[in-house]
Design a protein. Sequence first.
Length: 81
Amino acid sequence: MESGNERSMGSRPLDVLGSASGKRVILHLKSRDKIVGELKAFDSHINVWLDDAEVQGEETNVKIGTVLVRGDSIVWISPSK
């Protein structure tokens, strides 16, 4: 049974992720790294393609450009500010 909140966000988690396509997102990885970039595409395994990506550290950010992040290394994904 869906709650009202689930219906407004999409019927499936992949629908919600799809609505973030073309927007900046933050990936929180199992390694505790954070990668920020523009979500270009993803698949059913949540392998994620980002453009203009950078790894955010506590003191420095490292630009890595276009990157494909394997889904099983991702803990969660959120919109970037």
